[in-house]
Each structure stands twice: as C-alpha cells, then as structure tokens.
Ligand binder design. Structure first.
Ligand SMILES: Nc1ncnc2c1ncn2[C@@H]1O[C@H](COP(=O)(O)OP(=O)(O)OP(=O)(O)O)[C@@H](O)[C@H]1O
Ligand SMILES: [Mg+2]
Length: 470
C-alpha cells in the first residue's frame, strides 16, 4: 500500500495487463523450467497453461534458447526463431530480481504483417471447421434431458428418480426396467447428464432395431478389410465412440445370445476387439441398459445370460407404468401440453372436465408416449383452446372399454353408425389391427411379422411405436 492508501496492482491485474500488452510471453526460471506462459502464447501453441507450467522450456517451444539466456544472463534481441512453420522474431531478456539472476522472460512476434495475415487466413478456416464439427458432435452425442425434466410426484416414481440420481455419480452399470413409453430413455439421458461423464459422449444403441449380423460391427467397429464392403480405414463402433462417456443399450432384452457373451467380455475386460481387428483396444464406458422385458424370466428360460444379467443389474431402477401412478396423469398431461403448444405455436390449451376424467380413467398401455400421442392428435383436430371428448381418439371415448384398457374391436367400430370417423382414423385402426395380428401369427417374431405384411423392418418398428404395440 502507498501513502495514499492505494493497493499496488493485484496479481490478477498484472496477468491481464501482460495479456493485453505482450502478444506472446513466456517466463522461465534459472533451470529453464516454465513458470508462466500467457494465454496468447498458449493459444499459438495450442496448449493450456497447465500443459506448459513446470515443464522444461525446450519440451514445449521449438528452437527455444530461453534456458540459455536464463543461464548466461545475456539478452538476445530480434533473433529469428522458427515455430510451427512460421518464422518468429524472438526477444529474450534475462530476469534480475534484487540484482540476482532468477530466470528469463521472452516474447515472440510474427516477422511481418504479411506473415501474420497468411497465418490467420490459413488457420481461421481450420478453426471454423473444427468449431463446426465440435458443435455437430456435441449435438449428436449429447444427452438431451436432465432429472428436472422427469415429471411426477407418485412416491414410487420419486423413489426411482432418486435412486437413479444417486446412482448417476457412480461408475456402476444401471438397469432401467419399465414398460414401453414410461421414460426409460429420459432416465438414461438424465443419469448421463448428472454424471462425471456429462462432457463426454452419450451413445444410444437400440439392440432391437439393428439386424443381428450387423450388431457386432455396430457395437465394436471393424478394421479395414474385415469383410467385403468394409470402409477404408475401418469404422469405430459405438463403444469406441462412447469412450469416457456412457453407452445406453436400449432394448437389451432383444440382444441375441452370442452378442450377450461378447458384451459380457467388454464389461469384464474393459476392452473391445474390432471385427477383423488384430489386437484389443481399451475402452472406458459406463453402461446403462434398458428393457421392457422381464429379464429374470428370460434368464430362467435360457434366453438371457445370467452372468450378464448380474453384471448389468448392479443398480436396478424400476419405472412404474402410468396406470399405477394415476395422480401423475393430469400434471404430466399439462406439461406435455405446454411442450406441444410450443411445437404447434399455440397458446392456452386446456382439458375439459370430461376429457380430464377420461384421461385419468384410461389404463395407458403405451404410457407417457401414448398420452403424448393422444394430446398431439387432439391439438391437430382442435379449433379453439378446450380439448373435449370429441378431440380424443375413439378408443378413449368409450368409457367401458377404456376401463378395461383396450381399444374396441374393429368390427364394432365399423358396425356402429354413430362411430363413423374420419377416414384417417379408420385406416389407422385397420393398420394397428393388422400389425397386432401379424405379430401374433409370427409368434412375436417382428422380423417375420414385417415380412408377412410386406413392409420393411424400419417402417414396421415405426408403426409399432406409433400404435404402442410391443
Ligand atoms: N416423467 C416424464 N415427464 C415428462 N415426460 C416424460 C416422462 N417420461 C417420459 N416422458 C415422455 O414420454 C415419451 C416416452 O419416453 P421414453 O422414450 O423415454 O420412453 P421409453 O421408456 O424409452 O419407451 P420405449 O420402451 O417405447 O422406448 C417421451 O417423449 C418423453 O419425453
Ligand atoms: Mg426407449
């Protein structure tokens, strides 16, 4: 402090001033160890101060002579120093404190403005490109939801949410069990988002939708020349892409037995082997698995490996179906309406009393996804703001059927004159019935069912999802 009582410059200020006035500055001690490097120099070398500080200067800066100046005490001014392909002008000053040589301080600048222009015109497009890919990667592989997005006050639901939240901090596998549309994917996203891995990728694999013969290369990748048609340079699998992050294995109950053994190996050894690969690669991923199937029963029937089940089942989170948390139906419906209002650019939409009662009574076999579909459909046919019974699909309007939880049979629907409906709705009902019948006839084998109907697998799965068919 001086006589006027004013503090001398705080260290933080000094650092900022250095950043402003000196383009690129480095300070070493007498042994040539870096004690300070400003952000401009770090950016130029593409490192962080933490990468540099504590290292010998000749490990960090090419062609440096800073350690020599720190030793001889003789300044070297305006010498040419090539760094990263650019010729830089370096000034190196011995650093004396209280008449004692303690090290050296050095700056580098571009030799001439033209060179700086050349440099920035070469680097800038690369930086822009990098930024573009960074954003794209983050967008594709980032989890989208967090725990605060999971609505519901039912005690069992809250308990499941708390368990998942606590588990998110550990590295153990988590198994999410719940019927279709209960929010398993939302849970998986939230767990990742709340974990120490949040800044790394979140990779989702739908084990049911990838054909069996492709699943291995999808999960573990392949090396160049692994099979005909293999991409040059090979391809990373989902586990490699998820390194340091989370791999979400959705529909794990649909994973073929052979793949189950390979997955078990990854979980045990923490390494993967690419298809056609020469040597295993270490990967560090956290697994979240989800299924609507009863895995214990599948283990009994020999359809799911017991050892894998135990590995995945370190923490089991059971998400209750909507019909067992009826108190949440309306609050969730209103949250979904808010979301839909945004999507459709509408405002102030609400449910009539009778619509509310109907929604509360329905058994929601397709859970929250079904509720979402019903509300979206209602908004589509709604002119005003109030959603009434007439805006709900037929199968919900018939109270008796709704209580039983099943849509009325198609013939009833077509027979009753009063129930003549828009063609789109009738077509949807016919399509739904055909899908259900094909699945039944194919003994639950969806691939076979899709074939019987003469449609592609993807379209088949999309339709099943649309109609909440398992
Ligand atoms: N607790 C919740 N609060 C609000 N919205 C929810 C909640 N749970 C699920 N949803 C919504 O319901 C829909 C279905 O959720 P999600 O895809 O996570 O279900 P799922 O269990 O993975 O279903 P499936 O087994 O069919 O894949 C999503 O659109 C999601 O936004
Ligand atoms: Mg899902």
């Amino acid at each position: 402090m001086n006589q006027q009582g004013i503090d001398i410059l705080p260290v933080e200020w000094v650092k900022e001033v250095i950043n402003i006035v000196a383009e690129r500055l480095v300070v070493v001690d007498r042994k040539g160890i870096i004690r300070y490097m400003d952000s401009a120099y770090c950016d130029f070398l593409n490192i962080t101060p933490m990468d540099a500080i504590g290292k010998h200067v000749d490990q960090v800066i090419e062609n440096t002579r800073m350690h020599i100046v720190a030793n001889t005490g003789i300044p070297e001014l305006s010498s040419v120093q090539p760094i990263k392909g650019s010729e830089m002008i370096a000034n190196r000053y011995p650093l004396y404190v209280n008449n004692e040589l303690v090290g050296a301080a050095g700056t580098v600048i571009f030799r001439n403005p033209q060179e700086w222009l050349d440099y920035s015109s070469k680097i800038q497009p690369l930086l822009d490109e990098l930024q573009y890919y960074k954003r794209k990667f983050e967008k594709e592989h980032k989890s989208k939801y967090r725990f605060s997005d999971l609505a519901g006050n039912n005690p069992r639901f809250v308990e499941a949410k708390q368990l998942a939240e606590r588990g998110s901090h550990s590295q153990s596998s988590i198994l999410l069990i719940g019927e279709s549309g209960t929010g398993k994917e939302l849970f998986a996203h939230s767990i990742h988002q709340n974990s120490t891995r949040a800044h790394y990728p979140f990779i989702r694999v739908n084990c049911a939708s990838i054909p069996e013969n492709l699943l291995e290369s999808e999960l573990f990748g392949y090396d160049e020349g692994a099979f005909t048609g293999a991409k040059r340079g090979g391809k990373k699998g989902k586990f490699e892409l998820g390194h340091m992050g989370t791999v979400f294995l959705d529909e794990i109950g649909d994973m073929p037995l052979l793949m189950q053994s390979k997955l078990l190996r990854v979980l045990q050894e923490k390494e993967i082997e690419r298809v056609g690969g020469q040597s295993p690669k270490a990967v560090d991923v956290r697994i979240i698995a989800a299924t609507h199937r009863n895995l214990e029963e599948m283990v009994h029937e020999g359809k799911f490996r017991q050892d894998l089940y135990y590995r995945l089942n370190v923490l089991k989170v059971e998400i209750p179906p909507l019909r067992e948390r009826r108190e949440d139906i309306l609050p969730i419906a209103y949250i979904l309406l808010k979301k839909l209002e945004k999507k459709f650019n509408r405002q102030g939409i609400y449910l009539s009393n009778s619509a509310e009662i109907t929604l509360e009574k329905h058994s929601w076999p397709g859970n929250i996804r079904e509720l979402e579909n019903v509300l979206e459909r209602a908004i589509n046919v709604l002119d005003g703001r109030e959603i009434c019974l007439e805006h709900l699909p037929l199968y919900l309007r018939d109270l008796e059927e709704a209580e039983a939880g099943y849509p009325p049979s198609l013939s009833d629907k077509l027979d009753q004159e009063k129930s003549i409906q828009p063609l789109k709705e009738i077509m949807a009902a016919v399509e739904k019935a055909a899908l259900a019948k094909a699945i039944k006839l194919a003994d639950g084998n969806k691939q076979k069912a899709a074939k019987m109907l003469g449609i592609g697998k993807t379209s088949f799965y999309d339709k099943c999802k649309l109609y909440n068919i398992n």
